[in-house]
Design a protein. Structure first.
Length: 329
């Protein structure tokens, strides 16, 4: 099969399309999926640079955390799928290839209204956003939520899911153009912070009548911690998802204690198989029906052919994309 491979750590030029061995026929509860399209994620960029290796048991040289395709072969313990069924799902690596093998519990059925690129743009970002908003932060109807990097794949998914749940969604980005585009997906208000995270505090207080935000989903990292604490309401919840702006920050314990804040970290890729199965099940039960009804939808920036993988990485790394970048096989 053909696959994206990382020849060595470095820039987009180290990516190659190679013929590699097709995964063997699956056993037990494993399913082999013929991949039709795969999403591109920040984790792929970090893995290419040598900063984020795949978990043990997953291909180290073939990136890819999400995919859409058809069930091609199954182990004898598989009960929920049949040959030819359209599925999408998550994996710890190796999705940017002709075939991928995953546990059956890490798959969900693709709604009929989504084509291959649209389906491939869904799993990683919608599972991450749903898990952060509801499993980790317990977002409720009537509450307020802000997501940093609102124009990203996870950002646009979080905005739509919050709106669907009856919450009010706010956002930040470094530039204003992405925020204007995000308003069509349910963003109530937003602020371009440039290089100053504190620029979001005063607007957040204004939007919430001085109360502060109930939930913040931080896809950026350490540089935003102080501003997050200042902008949260009493008993607010902060979910840390990304670290593009650093991994170390100073935590004001007195403010955290006085506001009775909850700070939660989350990472989907490194979770156990059981935890990923739970997240996928909740996604299948609570998000897939919204996708089928058109209540939420994938946001695609560009679709690239597999041979254009270097161009795809360059666009993502330059922060030019709005929504998801997708590869088609």
């Amino acid at each position: 099969m053909r696959a994206v491979t990382i020849a060595t750590s470095g820039g987009p030029e180290v990516l190659e399309i190679c013929e590699v061995e097709t995964p063997p026929r699956p056993a037990a509860d494993r399913v082999r999926v013929r991949v039709r399209a795969a999403g591109l994620n920040r984790a792929d960029v970090l893995q290419r640079r040598g900063h984020y290796p795949a978990p043990p048991g997953f291909p180290q040289k073939i990136p890819g955390l999400e995919f859409a395709g058809e069930v091609e072969a199954m182990g004898d313990e598989v009960r929920n799928w049949k040959i030819g069924q359209r599925v999408f799902g998550i994996t710890g690596g190796g999705a940017q290839a002709g075939y991928v093998v995953v546990p059956e519990s890490h798959l969900a059925e693709i709604p009929a209204n989504l084509d291959w690129p649209e389906a491939a743009a869904v799993p990683e970002v919608f599972i991450t956003a749903h898990d952060a908003l509801f499993t980790r932060a317990g977002l409720r109807s009537g509450e307020t939520m802000l997501v940093h990097a609102a124009g990203s794949g996870v950002g646009t998914a979080a905005i739509q899911l919050a709106r669907a749940a009856g919450a009010t969604a706010f956002g930040t980005s470094r530039t204003a153009d992405k925020l204007e585009r995000a308003k069509s997906y349910g963003l109530s208000n937003a602020v371009a912070v440039g290089g100053n995270p504190q620029a979001m505090v005063a607007p957040a207080m204004q939007w919430t009548g001085g109360r502060g935000l109930n939930v913040i989903i931080d896809l950026v990292g350490a540089a935003y911690l102080e501003a997050n604490l200042n902008a949260l309401a009493r008993q607010g919840r902060l979910v840390l998802v990304g670290t593009t702006a650093g991994v170390k920050a100073t935590l004001d314990l007195s403010l955290t204690m006085a506001k009775r804040l909850t700070i939660v970290g989350t990472m989907l890729r490194a979770r156990s198989l059981e935890e990923k199965a739970t997240a996928t099940r909740l996604f299948s039960e609570q998000v897939v029906p919204l996708l089928a009804a058109g209540t939420v939808s994938p946001v695609i920036d560009r679709v690239y052919k597999l041979e254009e993988i270097r161009e795809a990485h360059a666009r993502l790394e330059a922060n030019e994309s709005f929504g998801k970048i997708v590869l088609v096989m």
